[in-house]
Write a protein that binds this ligand. Structure first.
Ligand code: 5AD
Ligand code: FES
Length: 356
């Protein structure tokens, strides 16, 4: 199999109900310009066929940076005493939602740390308020919760939920998430699906100790679970974490994972993540050219935005609110694409079911 031509490998990854880990691993090892060009062009063709040329914007509001967890990579981890913590008021969240709505965006992502003080009723009320005032789809990204909370928020009107697996490698997962359980995370993903959400997941590329095989298995995990959206971003070390000083995930490796996820999953929504824009250079446009079809502009009010420091030098931290919209338009235009101002529901409902 290792004698296969890039074209054959890519065709197999595209065609097979469950691609071979060895094929994915091989493709992840490519670094010759011709191989990379074949990979990225193939992914771009699949993106065009299944998702079209529209780039769907999802406006993000990071409404609280309190967190109860100790993820080894994340600057919001509870042991970071240097970080000023905030929790936005309901009126502030509503105002931000109104703002992104007035920019034409039709999905709001409500994200926070795993804030023990953010109670289930508060968020349920928030969801109802947003839904009654604006024609917005609501995506929640607030971590692991009791399953009844997921149902409560779904009943309140939430449409989608993002819960990244971060790594599908159990041993690496354990190292990265002290006090957490891989099985419980899978349980949450299943419960979200059963509660009727469109479910997003994703991983971090370049975690210390992560192998190529492990990344290949992440891609298989995405395909097997038929996720509606998959966020793929590079690891960026934060100084107030256990992983301080570790090298960043490489942009190129992240782009390869993104491209292969596009080829394997065909029609999942794949964002060009903010982390991909935060490596010193902005690689989001590259991401959009090799599989991505979503952007996530930041609508957190400025004073809070710099406190949502998951990793350092996060893109857009000093941009005035709304600047991101202009920036997205520019980015799309430069690559002959357009911003698709619709809700951007899952494409998995449209008959192309790849579940195996
Ligand atoms: N580098 C890259 N991505 C990170 N995330 C958290 N910390 C880091 C980091 N240091 C990502 C996780 C999480 C998302 C909100 O941010 O994937 O799910
Ligand atoms: Fe935020 Fe460009 S997307 S400034």
């Amino acid at each position: 199999m290792s004698m296969s031509k890039p074209e054959d490998i890519l065709n197999r990854i595209y065609d097979q109900a469950l691609p071979e880990p060895a094929d994915l691993e091989q493709a992840l090892s490519w670094d010759k310009p011709q191989e990379l060009e074949r990979l990225f062009n193939f992914a771009d063709t699949v993106r065009k066929e299944y998702c079209g040329d529209g780039i769907i914007p999802r406006g993000i509001i990071e409404f609280s940076n309190f967190c109860d967890k100790e993820c080894s990579y994340c600057g919001l981890n509870k042991n970071n005493r240097k970080l000023g913590r905030y929790r936005m008021k309901a009126e502030e969240v509503l105002k931000s939602a109104g703002h992104l709505f007035s920019c034409g965006i039709r999905t709001v992502v409500l994200q926070s740390g795993e804030d023990p003080g953010s109670d289930v009723s508060w968020l349920a009320e928030m969801i109802k308020q947003i839904k009654s005032q604006f024609a917005l789809s609501i995506t929640l990204c607030v971590g692991e919760r009791p399953f009844q909370d997921y149902r409560r928020w779904k009943d309140a009107g939430a449409d989608r939920y993002l819960l990244k697996i971060e790594t599908s490698d159990k041993e690496l997962y354990r190292q990265m998430h002290p006090g957490m359980s891989f099985e419980q995370r899978i349980g949450c993903l299943d419960a979200l699906r059963e509660s009727g959400y469109q479910v997003g997941s994703g991983n971090i590329v370049g975690l210390p100790g992560q192998s190529r095989e492990s990344l290949a298995r992440d891609i298989l995990f995405f395909k097997q679970n038929n996720f509606d959206m998959i966020g793929i971003g590079p690891f960026i070390a934060h100084q107030e974490t256990r992983l301080a000083g570790q090298p960043k995930g490489q942009a190129l490796l992240t782009l390869k994972v993104l491209a292969l996820a596009r080829i394997a999953t065909r029609n999942a929504h794949l964002p060009a993540t903010t982390a991909l824009g935060s490596l010193g250079e902005d690689y989001r446009q590259e991401g959009l050219k090799c599989g991505a079809n979503v952007l996530m502009p930041n609508f957190t009010p400025l004073p809070y935005r710099k406190l949502y420091e998951i990793y350092p030098d996060k893109k857009c931290v000093n941009e005035p609110v709304g600047a991101c919209n202009f920036c997205m338009e520019q980015m799309a235009k430069q690559i002959n694409r357009f911003i698709d101002y619709t809700k951007g529901d899952s494409l998995k409902f449209k008959g192309v079911t790849l579940n195996v």
